[in-house]
Design a protein around this ligand. Sequence first.
Ligand SMILES: Cc1cc2nc3c(=O)[nH]c(=O)nc-3n(C[C@H](O)[C@H](O)[C@H](O)COP(=O)(O)O)c2cc1C
Length: 190
Amino acid sequence: MKILAIGASNNRHSINRLLASHAASLLPAASVQTLDLNDFEMPLYSDERAEQLGIPVQARCFFQSIGEADALVLSFAEHNGSYTAAYKNLFDWTSRINKAVFQDKPAVYLSTSPGPSGAASVLAGALDSAGYSGARVIASLSVPSFDKNFDENKGQLSNSSIRQNLLSAMQLLHREVVRSGLHRAQLRAL
Ligand SMILES: Cc1cc2nc3c(=O)[nH]c(=O)nc-3n(C[C@H](O)[C@H](O)[C@H](O)COP(=O)(O)O)c2cc1C
């Protein structure tokens, strides 16, 4: 099973990238690819630039990486209650390839921030629009006060109830990937 872990932030030391990659690692049988949004930097989207430049290779690579994954773990950083500009720009460019950017992949949506809200606003917005972006969200979780609840030395959540909730979310994702794999195999056998 291939899991693509994405922190929706271009911070070099992104706590959301850390959380997404940690969540993916909870499924030991999975192979995990973690994306760094800095590898997908593009000019700020505009219709004129899209006409001049076409779709940049970074957006095509992002779309392809999603297409090659069995499941997605996305963790959203919150800037002023919403997406980071880096994520939104990448998403907007990629949506010009196909508005179903997430290609009907099963996904766990997460968010975290250093504050007690755990970036819950951006997570709510992302969940609201998941249908339009082609994400099949199986479970979601906001992790508040990241520094208090995540032990960076051990690379794991130190808060046991959040740890259990995250594990349950990842197990649901695993079950869904197995279920849809079996379904595809049954269709092929017909
Ligand atoms: C411009 C800006 C706006 C921010 N707005 C919010 C916010 O609305 N809610 C929040 O919880 N944290 C906010 N923060 C703090 C971020 O949650 C914090 O920088 C966090 O580390 C971002 O996640 P990342 O490390 O994955 O990039 C903001 C930070 C910046 C720089």
